[in-house]
Design a protein around this ligand. Structure first.
Ligand SMILES: CSCCC(=O)C(=O)COP(=O)(O)O
Ligand SMILES: [Zn+2]
Length: 215
């Protein structure tokens, strides 16, 4: 399938929008994070952030289009995100995913480390779980956590083994979260819901500890 220039520019414009929204929240410290929007399924092609860019800024060299092997679909001086393979895995395992966003925050890092022993973080009875598209009464969600393998194919393979359509995200230990959705709007909503749940839980643990320690 041929991707038109209009489709490509529309994806880049929507990535700009998501990027600036997350940048305002300081979700891209030290050039971390990467974003993608799927352009076609067969063959898999998606627009992805170029590697190492300051994601708080806009430039004409922020994005490129890659295939399922993380290779640029046309000659370019831009390097795709070092973690492009993770996006490819998400699109392959979750065919409904149309956008995939990755951010590093203090809250997602704290939760990933605190619960790495269980390889998962679970939370129940929070209204914001509905933000993940899960509407059942008193729902409980479980977000898988994988080791932060430096070798990206190893990391992607670990992620491939644990992600499911039920919960649209995965934590990487002391690294960050990948969240996806069936549109860029849904992926953003999921990311925001996850971040709320992580911050709520970490703060609740702190307050509970302080209350127990109080004379
Ligand atoms: C400086 S953050 C280390 C790399 C990383 O985890 C990340 O999300 C950004 O990598 P990219 O190649 O997408 O810029
Ligand atoms: Zn990262």
């Amino acid at each position: 399938m041929t991707i038109t220039l209009e489709q490509r520019l529309d994806a880049f414009r929507r990535l700009d929008e998501a990027k600036l929204t997350f940048a305002r929240r300081d979700w891209f410290p030290g050039t971390s994070g990467n974003l993608s929007i799927k352009l076609s399924d067969e063959p898999l092609q998606f627009a992805v952030t170029a590697s190492g860019k300051d994601k708080t800024k806009l430039s004409p060299e922020d994005y490129l289009v890659v295939d399922g092997n993380s290779q640029p679909v046309e000659p370019t001086a831009l390097k795709p995100s070092a973690e492009t393979l993770v996006h490819a895995v998400v699109y392959r395992v979750i065919p409904t995913a149309k956008a995939c966003f990755h951010v590093h925050t203090v809250w997602n890092n704290l939760i990933s480390e605190l619960y790495f022993g269980q390889r998962a973080f679970s939370i129940q009875g929070q209204e914001l779980i509905k933000g993940l598209g899960i509407w059942e009464e008193n729902a409980r969600i479980t977000v898988p956590i994988v080791e932060n393998f430096a070798d990206i194919p190893t990391l992607a393979s670990a992620i491939e083994k644990v992600i499911t359509p039920e919960v649209p995200g995965v934590l990487i230990r002391n690294h960050g979260i990948y969240a996806w959705g069936d549109s860029d709007f849904a992926a953003k909503r999921h990311l925001e819901a996850f971040e709320f749940l992580f911050e709520y839980h970490a703060r609740w643990l702190q307050l509970r500890q302080a209350a127990v320690a109080a004379p």
